[in-house]
Design a protein. Structure first.
Length: 371
């Protein structure tokens, strides 16, 4: 067999040849024209609008799947939460798409064209009727195809805020600190250069009264008592905090400031080519001590599995500081740089990332024909 396979592989493509065979004890001459041998599996491609990867059905795949022809598109993977995965019934790996609406799908190119033609301009997604084969059965489903825009969660109404972090003074902690009768909150962080720091609050102080209002928190689930009380005040007002500092009782006047934006409220940018999402850093991020105060960048919020960013080993919570030598200080700057990368079809994208205490350089090498 190896000798025969070698001889067959060396035959000239497209030129008619004669083969001598024995059939029922008689020699026969056959005239055949060799063709180029097709790969067992075709190249896999991603359809971002569908949230799936697919490939054309090759001759051998059609034989193995016991299909009459090579028409259709074979699904190789589904992204959780994407249009194909959210359809009901959902599309699955191994399904074969044969129709979209009234359009027959014979190949990947046909599916791309149908998708482009059927998406409604100005709409995020379009509901498409999809017919697909699953083993010996034929199903229909409706998929909301398209790339969804990032949801803006909206800003919370800003209330007054005491710029410290606290923990509930539980009964066990109070006894261990030799203050068994105290109730309230222990200060675990005073934000630098804040009104609380200027007023003289220190880590370890126990707040037990606010404007003559005793605090009653004694269990971890009572953690909201102090923040709720503070939110009842107007921004810019001053409260008197009665504190216990190592057994000494003090009264400190602290100005309340406007609560900072939450991480989820920060502006975001999603790159659909490299499949990652970033956001501007928040006060909470900066106060966490993950990086030095003078560091600038945007924080990676999500990296899609299997995307170019994931392949290049970009991780959640990385801080992107530079792209191809350009300093990135907010998401708008990153959007501008990444749009230029797309326009120029850049072969290599070099990203400077701050990851904990380490500075890492990541190289992304997209194949633009598949992006």
């Amino acid at each position: 067999m190896p000798i025969l396979n070698r001889l067959l592989s060396e035959l000239p493509i497209g030129q008619e040849i004669e083969l001598s065979i024995m059939r029922d004890g008689k020699e026969k001459i056959l005239k055949v024209t060799p063709t180029e041998r097709e790969s067992r599996e075709s190249k896999q491609s991603e359809l971002k609008e569908w949230g799936m990867t697919v490939r054309n059905i090759t001759f051998m795949m059609a034989k193995e799947l016991r299909r009459k022809n090579q028409d259709g598109v074979y699904i190789t993977s589904i992204r959780p939460g994407g249009p194909a995965g959210d359809a009901k019934p959902s599309l699955m790996r191994g399904d074969i798409i044969v129709n979209v609406g009234e359009t027959s799908i014979s190949s990947l190119e046909a599916l791309r064209d149908a998708t482009k033609n059927m998406l409604v301009e100005g709409e995020e997604t379009t509901s498409l009727l999809v017919t697909f084969d699953r083993r010996t059965q034929t199903f229909v489903t409706v998929a909301d195809v398209g790339i969804r825009e990032l949801n803006d969660p909206g800003l919370e109404v800003k209330k007054a805020w005491l710029p410290i972090e606290t923990q509930v003074l539980t009964r066990d902690i109070a006894e261990a600190l030799n203050t068994p009768d105290r109730k309230g909150f222990r200060v675990i962080q005073v934000h630098s250069e804040s009104t609380a720091e200027k007023a003289g609050l220190l880590e370890g102080d126990i707040i037990y009264r606010v404007d003559d209002e005793p605090l009653t928190a004694t269990e971890p689930e009572h953690y909201e008592e102090l923040p709720v009380l503070i939110r009842n005040y107007r921004v810019g007002s001053t409260v008197t905090l009665d504190i216990d500092r190592a057994g000494e009782e003090l009264a400190l006047d602290v100005e309340l400031i406007r609560a900072p934006k939450l991480p989820r409220e920060m502006k975001k940018y999603r790159d659909d080519n490299f499949e990652f999402t970033v956001r501007n850093t928040s006060f909470t991020d900066d106060a966490s001590g993950q990086w030095e105060p003078d560091e600038v960048g945007v924080l990676v919020d999500e990296v899609k599995q299997g995307g170019w960013a994931a392949i290049g080993m970009l991780y959640n919570n990385d801080m992107i500081q530079e792209v191809n030598g350009t300093v990135i200080d907010n998401v708008d700057k990153l959007r501008t740089v990444m749009n230029a990368v797309e326009d120029d079809q850049t072969d290599v994208v070099l990203i400077k990332v701050l990851r904990g205490i380490y500075t890492v350089y990541i190289e992304l090498e997209p194949q633009w024909s598949t992006v």
